[in-house]
Design a protein around this ligand. Structure first.
Ligand code: XIL
Length: 369
């Protein structure tokens, strides 16, 4: 059900956005058009508050994306801040916006230990599935038709905790390792056709810890497939990080191949780049970001099982990787004028919504893919 308020808000925004649109040449190829050449989607995470308050940004998203991931609005803690009091307006608004502009919504995310409302923790720990079931049954059918992909379980893997590599989160503590099967089956009950995914991070580099994460995720996928659990794919968050060096092309290619061999689809769900050097000239910073993204996309887009790419935000104006107050303090001597950039430049558009080298790298990689 779509709220009337949501539709009106989206319509008003759309008009505002059109009025604020900088003209961008008749030959402009968007990231979604480039991705579409290989039948992939391109999207970004966004908050409804950004769409509502920033028409130029809303317009950029409409122009470049075919899919929108609610950054917060679908998470359990946002949907049900207090027990039984569902708060679905922000979700409905983002869905109305997407529908109005012919976009898909990427369903992020149902089970994530970092988005469990405080009030639900004790009942989960006591093995009570009722509230989780209620939340899933409230959001999943509501988004029927507009969501093709659901991140049903987010971040189930952690090393150094258990032999099976499963994260000791509140779900595991309450229900044991079987919570993953149960979550996927519950989602399937309310959504017979959309693809159901597990979404995970920390899988791109040639470090022992990331090798272990790849290993444990693959074993989990194998177990679920062997048990005929309704799992259709894997989301790879892909938060690249220049502090870690370069992504390992060889490891990634093999890992993706192993996933594809299981008959699973792959989505790049949260691509962005954490910078290592915030003091260098912006051109140098942007080149380092772009090179890394190109290296990564050139590998993943060779894999046919990769069906879509989303970034975690489109512009540095709204990056979740902005420097913290502590980071800023540690850099304070680097800027003589006292202002300092303070922004992480790891998204395709800068804070003024101008395309950066990362945008160009993505466009080229997606066009070639
Ligand atoms: C992040 C949001 O961007 C933040 O605003 C919020 O405070 C925490 O969640 N992996 C995920 C996303 O799967 O849901 C996270 O989003 C970023 C890391």
């Amino acid at each position: 059900m779509i709220s009337r308020r949501g539709i009106l808000a989206a319509a008003a925004m759309s008009m505002l956005a059109a009025a604020a649109t900088p003209s961008c040449g008749a030959g402009h190829v968007s990231l979604s058009a480039a991705a579409g050449r290989s039948s992939r989607f391109f999207g970004t995470a966004v908050r409804f508050s950004q769409l509502a308050s920033d028409p130029a940004y809303a317009d950029l998203i409409v122009r470049e994306c075919s899919s929108l991931t609610p950054e917060l609005e679908l998470k359990w803690a946002a949907v049900e801040p207090s027990r039984g009091a569902l708060s679905l307006t922000a979700l409905d608004d983002i869905v109305s916006f997407a529908r109005m502009h012919g976009k898909k919504v990427y369903g992020h995310t149902l089970l994530w230990d970092k988005s469990v409302p405080d009030w639900a923790v004790d009942s989960l720990l006591a093995g009570d599935w009722t509230y989780l079931q209620l939340y899933i049954s409230s959001v999943v059918p509501r988004l029927s038709g507009v969501v093709d992909y659901w991140d049903v379980v987010n971040e189930p893997i952690e090393t150094g905790q258990r032999l099976d590599g499963l994260r000791e989160n509140v779900f595991l503590k309450g229900f044991g390792p079987d919570y993953i099967r149960r979550a996927l089956e519950t989602a399937r009950t309310f959504q017979p056709t959309a693809k159901l995914l597990i979404n995970e991070y920390g899988l791109e580099y040639d470090f022992e810890v990331e090798e272990h994460r790849r290993y444990h995720l693959l074993r989990l996928l194998e177990r679920l497939k062997a048990a005929s659990v309704p799992l259709d794919g894997v989301g790879l968050q892909s938060h690249l990080d220049l502090r870690k060096g370069h992504v390992s092309s060889g490891r990634i290619a093999r890992f993706l191949d192993d996933i594809a061999q299981l008959g699973l689809e792959i989505v790049i769900t949260e691509l962005d780049v954490h910078e290592a050097d915030f003091i260098a000239d912006p051109n140098i910073r942007d080149q380092a970001v772009a090179d890394e993204v190109r290296r990564y996309l050139d590998i993943v887009l060779q894999q046919k099982a990769v069906v879509g790419v989303s970034t975690w935000g489109l512009s540095d104006r709204y990056s979740w990787l902005d420097l913290s107050a502590e980071d800023l303090a540690s850099y304070q001597n680097a800027w003589t004028d006292g202002t300092g950039p303070g922004l992480n430049r790891g998204l395709p558009f800068d804070a003024d919504l101008r395309p950066k080298k990362m945008y160009r790298a993505m466009l080229e990689a997606l066009s070639a893919g």
